[in-house]
Design a protein around this ligand. Structure first.
Ligand SMILES: [Zn+2]
Length: 456
């Protein structure tokens, strides 16, 4: 590495470290947020990336979110949109002692940058800005406009941040050629006999629905109980729901995942999955015992909260349960509600939507020029990985942008085993120094490739 290169890397590390020190924790109730932390974070960005703030148009959207525009020389080319979020999840007090280094100090040690947000999502946000700043230093001028969209509340739904940015872009008629946000990663799947790393590119996100079950029964004294109390009725409804999961299916996305993965798999797996029918049967059977696979193949239901009863000798008049569902693409909240009602099939148990209800996103096409650019960039940066489209079972800000473009992909070059990737949101969240340098290189190349991909 040249001295200049080493100096840049050191500066980038210091910037990421400093970014972790701002406690940009988002809350469901905005009045509980520490707005000053977000303001200070924006101030830090301005200081750390002087060229970005001279050459790009900067707008504050919502009250804390940021939209940057780096104008390309070709006005007809559709823009590239790079998304990330500046908010982080809190650290539970009881876990503080288990952190090797304090979560909000950004300590650089043992080849890692430690702290809340290093993986999710400041590592991504900072590396995008590092990439743009470095390209500006080199005198690079994009032909394709580059938009940077940094939301303030991804961890609580993104309605005040990404949603507002998407709305603004929509009103301006912006239709990005390619949107890249967090979600996918470079992972070791841990399949026996399969050594290659997978670059998972999320091409759609499941929907989100919260339903409440309310069982009602006559109250009275516990000494003369009916056959079922309200709690008994509710329990029966819950048992029915768990006994009759939504049907699993190897739909469009798992089929595409397999198609890409198949030629790379070890022989024993290729033989086992040699016909579509057998594959479908095996996967559906395995999905019952492997929750991560199940989540890819079906709409899931999880009973997450339950309440009822006030005293040991009083019959409860009411008992309630909350069920969280994650919907497969192609299904709607209405379909899911209908099915839950059908499975519960008890007039004494009311079933209604009680919280967020978001349909799944559309599926982004892997046949677009946007995907081509992403694929090419991943291959250039990580020649050894297998690129595999997949379904994201959680939620990211990208779903707000999915109405702007048919090429919305969830991928960042974060590397690790499944266990290491789970450190995001967890104790000892950290990003390796080496991986962070790969992030910056990846975004430099992505911006260059997206400009080079314009066909005149
Ligand atoms: Zn995130």
């Amino acid at each position: 590495m040249t001295q200049k290169g080493a100096g840049q890397t050191q500066k980038a590390l210091e910037n990421l470290s400093e970014s972790i020190r701002f406690r940009t924790i988002s809350c469901e109730d905005p009045s509980e947020e520490d707005k000053a932390q977000f303001e200070a974070f924006r101030g830090f960005l301005k200081k750390a990336y002087p060229l970005v703030h001279v050459h790009l148009k900067t707008e504050i959207v919502g009250d804390q979110s940021l939209l940057y525009e780096w104008k390309g020389s070709n006005e007809n080319a559709l823009p590239l949109l790079l998304a990330a979020h500046m908010d982080v999840v809190p650290v539970e007090l009881e876990t503080l002692k288990q952190w090797t280094h304090p979560p909000f100090e950004g300590v650089i040690s043992d080849g890692y940058i430690w702290g809340r947000g290093t993986m999710d999502c400041k590592g991504l946000l900072i590396s995008i800005l590092e990439a743009v700043e470095a390209l500006l230093v080199d005198g690079f001028k994009p032909t394709r406009t580059v938009l940077l969209a940094f939301g303030q509340d991804e961890e609580v739904g993104g309605l005040r941040g990404a949603e507002k940015i998407a709305e603004l872009l929509k009103s301006r008629g912006v239709t990005p050629e390619l949107v890249i946000d967090e979600g996918g990663a470079i992972a070791d799947l841990g399949i026996p006999g399969f050594k290659k790393l997978i670059a998972g590119v999320g091409i759609a996100e499941k929907g989100y629905l919260t339903i409440e079950l309310v069982a009602r029964a006559r109250g009275g004294h516990a000494s003369v109980p009916p056959r079922h109390t309200a709690i008994g009725l509710l329990s029966r409804a819950i048992t029915r729901l768990e006994k009759h999961p939504f049907p699993s299916k190897v739909g469009e996305i798992p089929a595409l995942t397999l198609e890409r993965l198949m030629p790379e798999l070890p022989l024993y797996l290729r033989l086992a999955l040699s016909s579509r029918l057998i594959t479908s049967l095996i996967m559906r059977a395995a999905s019952r015992y492997l929750p991560p696979l199940g989540a890819m193949l079906r709409t899931t239901t999880a009973v997450t909260m339950v309440s009822g009863g006030t005293k040991d000798n009083v019959l409860p008049q009411e008992a309630r349960a909350t069920v969280n569902l994650r919907l497969l693409p192609g299904e709607t909240c209405e379909d899911a509600l209908k099915r839950v009602k059908k499975v519960v099939r008890d007039k004494r148990v009311e079933v209604h939507i009680s919280g967020m209800a978001e349909n799944p996103t559309d599926i982004s096409s892997v046949k677009t020029s946007g995907f081509e650019t992403l694929e090419r960039t991943i291959k250039e940066c990580f020649p050894e990985v297998v690129i595999v489209p997949y379904l994201v079972v959680g939620m990211t800000d990208s779903r707000h942008y999915s109405r702007l473009s048919d090429s919305v992909f969830r991928f960042s070059p974060v590397r690790g085993s499944r266990k290491e990737l789970e450190l995001a949101h967890g104790t000892n969240e950290r990003l390796s120094v080496e991986n962070f340098a790969e992030f910056i290189e990846f975004f430099k190349r992505l911006i260059k490739n997206s400009s080079a991909s314009i066909r005149s």
